[in-house]
Design a protein around this ligand. Sequence first.
Ligand code: MF3
Ligand code: CO
Length: 254
Amino acid sequence: MGIHLYNEPEIEKISKACGITANILDEIEYIIKEGISTAEIDDFTQKLCKKFSAEPAFLGYRGYPGAICTSVNDVVVHGIPSKSCVLKTGDIIGLDFGVLYEGYYGDSARTLIVGEVDDKTALLVDKTREALYKGISAAVVGNRVSDISYAVESYVSEFGFTAVREYTGHGIGRNLHEEPSIPNYGSPGSGPKIRNGMVFAIEPMINAGTHKVKLERDGWTVRTSDNLYSAHFEHTVAVIDGKAKVLTRGKSFN
Ligand code: MF3
Ligand code: CO
């Protein structure tokens, strides 16, 4: 299929879906506290989708059972909301969410701290957020896709953290997942050239310990192999006038 280049009116529509995605994540942030279950977060997410007349992009995607991914502590990505998963102080939770709105997709993720966490965990969350911005800054015309990958991995490795290899960022727009895939590790200077009109989701998944992960028997939940914590941030961006513009900007997560 190749990499789709979107024109201005299309990017405007993707931007709408992304704006709704960010607004919904902003509202979800308010209810994240000790004592809430991830199933309650999912219910709330579904209500917000109705309010914004948007479809949750993940619900039913390859059989995924939730409207949102709720990935707690050592869960890297794709944590399934559950009544038995109740947040407590010291937890971190990755909220990964996207919508389909008028034919276009938006996709974004943030990791939040519940109550108080230890310094290393706080650093992991901070540096993963920062790594996303390093990646976004590398998404410029003149660079190639792996320059984004290198920007992310070289940054987090300074702090002793590691980048997950099995899961990547991706093109997005008319489909949730399009070419190219955007790894969070690797050497610079390879992969497709970055061009105006490309739209993609950059999403570092960064581990406190080993980069290795394991898939649970539910077929979705991805955990770190050493059960140390993992953080995840994601923005959908469009390359316009030579540089990446963030489309999923929210109130707290800019
Ligand atoms: N942001 C995630 C991704 O791009 C969301 C996919 S979860 C799924 O892979 F349930 F939809 F698969
Ligand atoms: Co994504």
